[in-house]
Design a binder for this molecule. Sequence first.
Ligand SMILES: [Cu+2]
Length: 130
Amino acid sequence: MLRYIMKAAALGTVLLTNSVTASADIKDYEFQLVTNELKQGEAEVVVKLVRKPSGDAVPDAVIFAQRIDMGPDGMETMQSSIEAIASTEPGTYRFKTNLTMVGNRAFSLAAKIQGETGTLENKLVLKATK
Ligand SMILES: [Cu+2]
């Protein structure tokens, strides 16, 4: 009986430790561009949300703000409309935009992640080519 209690207590400790480490920090996540070079004109921007310690793709994030502009080329006020479209793969997020001019873009995203507190904010740089 005592042996059983000690085992249960040890197990409890393990479970507690696991539940603490399972909760990652919002800083452990990042959006990564699947392709950082796109053709000028109508384009699909695809990003993958990754949990950095494991490299796992993270589905079901709520992206509540996105913006694409030419800030990297000194044209921050030159922005394009960008809208989310249906994802084809869990953990990837797709957007439709129009890259009217050749050059670099800053793509900014703000998202909430299931089970994490805080907001993930990333700014990614991509390039529109001829
Ligand atoms: Cu421009």
